[in-house]
Design a protein around this ligand. Structure first.
Ligand SMILES: Nc1ncnc2c1ncn2[C@@H]1O[C@H](COP(=O)(O)OP(=O)(O)OP(=O)(O)O)[C@@H](O)[C@H]1O
Ligand SMILES: [Mg+2]
Length: 418
């Protein structure tokens, strides 16, 4: 049996990465600025499965110098951190310290130097410090200690104003914080990054570049924590890939397939076209449709029928996509048919704003039922209301809208594709 070359559940490896040229250039510029001690951050937003983590992986390799940038090879120390619902400022600081330690404290000499700089962690631990239950002044002191240690580390790894330095010298530190939409209120992520950046600046170093990534709501989380925290970031919003990029992904996956299995599998033009059409530029759709089609194929060639059955069949790609990303919102949070009807009507306009009048024109049911449905969907955060304009709503994202459409018109679409 052949190994399936599609990987719907893991971020893209650099060799199979497509597109995002503008974003890569924008971030490269910030990396170069950071190296020149004039850094700032970036905020990478996008809906689920759009390719945030994949792009961050690519950037990481670039920043570390394993892939060349357009201009030159870089040498950043990269730390990657995922935020969970339980992350507080103390665990965030610990995660950063642990990641730095792994990269910097390798010999006896550097271990000693590292623990001299980051000694406050040990004192905090010995004192049984608990950030969320302790006094505000404690958290403030913790933050102070942390930012000084960070400034000190930066100066020593970039060989600035210091006699005692680490063994390798770097262009700076790239701190990548993914899944930032998980950030809790207590974490105060917005003020954390804002104050850290300002403190480092005061200490004369702007060679820390912070990249924060997550769902679009991350922006509100940051603003809520600190109104002007967005100022330190360049904002990048990831949208769908274009058809050319999708074809490139398919080409690279099929090449990878040959390496994996030491035998070629054909992807005829008609099958490729259909995969492009179905995936609508959503990276996670490409891999999921491809995966299911490959699974049903004879391993020699992926036929049009394989693509169709893989997409629409039982346990097919559409079901899998829904299970992974949307079923919770669509089925589990709302059990009432009228709610789902509203979503289907709204999905006709994808994630564009839709007026209540439009929905009412198509809704089969009483006005009270419609009102109840809209209220329920709003309070559960499944649909969004336009600020300052009553009676205008939209779905959270295009992927969700597509899934609703696909799910509803499964059979209809199936006939169209044949
Ligand atoms: N630019 C790209 N080129 C090729 N494949 C991609 C690209 N971006 C994403 N993918 C593929 O799409 C899928 C989802 O990507 P990824 O996990 O990076 O998305 P994400 O935005 O981080 O999702 P989540 O919101 O769930 O964290 C993966 O299978 C990945 O391989
Ligand atoms: Mg991700």
């Amino acid at each position: 049996m052949k190994t399936n070359p599609f990987s719907p559940s893991s971020p893209s490896i650099p060799g199979m990465f497509a597109g995002r040229f503008d974003e890569i250039i924008a971030i490269e510029k910030i990396l170069l600025q950071t190296r020149a001690n004039k850094g700032h951050g970036f905020l990478l937003l996008g809906q689920r499965g759009i390719g945030k983590t994949s792009l961050l992986n690519f950037l990481k390799y670039q920043a570390e110098g394993s892939i060349e940038t357009v201009e030159e090879t870089l040498n950043f120390l990269v730390i990657e951190i995922d935020i969970t619902k339980d992350t507080n400022q103390y665990t965030l600081i610990r995660k950063i310290e642990t990641a730095l330690k792994r990269k910097l404290a390798k010999t006896e000499k550097t271990k000693k130097l590292f623990s001299d700089i980051w000694g406050f962690i040990g004192r905090v631990e010995a004192g049984g410090f608990k950030i969320n239950t302790s006094k505000d002044s404690d958290s403030e002191l913790l933050f102070e200690d942390f930012s000084y240690s960070m400034a000190d580390t930066l100066n020593r790894i970039t060989n600035k104003n210091s006699t005692s330095i680490f063994e390798a010298s770097y262009d700076g530190i790239l701190l990548i914080i993914d899944e930032a939409d998980n950030a809790s209120k207590e974490l105060q992520l917005g003020s954390f990054v804002k104050l850290l950046t300002e403190r480092l600046q005061k200490e004369g170093t702007q060679q820390l570049m912070i990249g924060i990534s997550g769902l679009p709501k991350t922006k509100e989380i940051l603003v809520e924590s600190h109104p002007s925290s967005l100022r330190i970031f360049e904002e990048l919003f990831l949208d769908r890939l274009n058809d050319q990029d999708v074809r490139y992904v398919l080409k690279r996956v099929m090449e990878h397939c040959e390496v994996l299995n030491q035998e070629t599998t054909e992807l005829p033009k008609e099958s490729e076209d259909l995969l492009v059409k179905l995936s609508e530029g959503f990276p996670h759709f490409i891999h999921q449709y491809g995966y299911c089609a490959f699974d049903l194929s004879d391993g020699k060639s992926i036929s049009v029928a394989n693509v169709i059955d893989g997409a629409f069949g039982r346990n097919g790609a559409i079901e899998k996509i829904g299970d992974k990303y949307y079923r919770d919102d669509y089925y589990n949070k709302i059990k009432v048919d009228s709610y789902r009807q509203v979503l289907s009507i709204m999905a006709e306009k994808l994630d564009d704003w839709v007026s209540k009048k439009f929905i009412k024109g198509k809704f089969k049911g009483s006005e009270t039922t419609l009102n109840n449905a809209l209220t329920a969907l709003r309070t559960r955060g499944i649909i969004l209301t336009k600020e300052g304009s009553q009676g205008t709503y939209r779905l959270q994202d295009k992927g969700f809208a597509w899934w609703i459409v696909m799910n509803h018109e499964k059979d209809q679409k199936k006939q169209q594709s044949v």
